[in-house]
Design a protein. Structure first.
Length: 255
């Protein structure tokens, strides 16, 4: 199964919601963690016209998190975090615990400690970036799942999205499409501020996955961007998609 095929359920659901107004039910028990979180964000986009079911331990963990006031829960090889809008000391502490737990899980299954530390730092940065980039009064969701020879880490928000972020910036020229906006943000590392020393968050994520045959997918607005490691350099694929409000970053690691 290719990296793109691991998101077939969320891609298909987004297209169906674009064409039809009736409710849709999706059983995500066999889907990747990245596709599951995208489906949860699509549910917010579609005003809950999508019902998402997942009978696996990670599904039960996410339901337990979203039904409680706790910020971080973990069980076995899975973890999930809710980062409330604006962030605070409790949210920062939960983000630290979440990233450290992910690092511990990676080392336990044989990932080199240095690589696990870089990935944990990248995960933490993605979480804390929600406060700056998603817009006002927007919360975030993160999850990880560690298996025998692969792992997922996913961070999402239902904020303004990548194109709107650039549209609200002081830049004299704005991206014309969601595909162009993702290219600016992920491949060209263009900051919304115009400062060449900022906007480097995705660069650190991409660098952190290179040693582990990692793949990255960024989903926002009506586009997705996928990075797959090639023999000598990363290969990027930008595609038009059904609309998803906010931002989802999914990372698949293999070793």
């Amino acid at each position: 199964m290719t990296f793109q095929q691991r998101f077939a359920q969320s891609d298909d659901a987004a297209q169906m919601m674009t064409r039809a107004r009736e409710a849709l039910r999706v059983d995500a028990s066999g889907a990747s963690l990245g596709a599951l979180v995208e489906l949860l964000m699509l549910r917010r986009t579609a005003d809950r016209r999508i019902a998402v079911a997942d009978s696996t331990p990670r599904g039960r963990l996410l339901r337990r998190l979203l039904a409680s006031s706790r910020l971080f829960v973990s069980e076995g090889s899975c973890g999930a975090i809710h980062r409330p809008a604006g962030g605070n000391a409790a949210a920062d502490a939960a983000s630290n615990d979440f990233a450290k737990t992910f690092q511990t899980q990676l080392v336990a299954v044989g990932v080199q400690a240095t690589a696990a530390g870089r990935l944990s730092a990248a995960l933490h940065e993605l979480l804390t970036n929600i406060d700056e980039h998603a817009g006002d009064a927007v919360d975030g969701l993160g999850a990880f799942e560690v298996m025998d020879r692969e792992a997922w880490m996913v961070v999402a928000d239902s904020g303004r999205g990548v194109r709107a972020g650039y549209a609200e910036s002081p830049l004299p020229v704005k991206p014309a499409t969601a595909e162009e906006a993702l290219t600016w943000a992920v491949i060209e590392n263009r900051s919304r501020t115009g400062d060449p020393h900022r906007g480097l968050g995705f660069r650190s994520v991409i660098q952190s996955v290179r040693s582990l045959d990692g793949c990255v997918r960024v989903r926002s607005d009506s586009a997705s961007l996928e990075l797959v490691q090639a023999a000598d350099r990363p290969k990027f694929l930008v595609r038009e998609q059904g609309h998803l409000r906010g931002f989802v970053v999914s990372v698949l690691l293999r070793w």
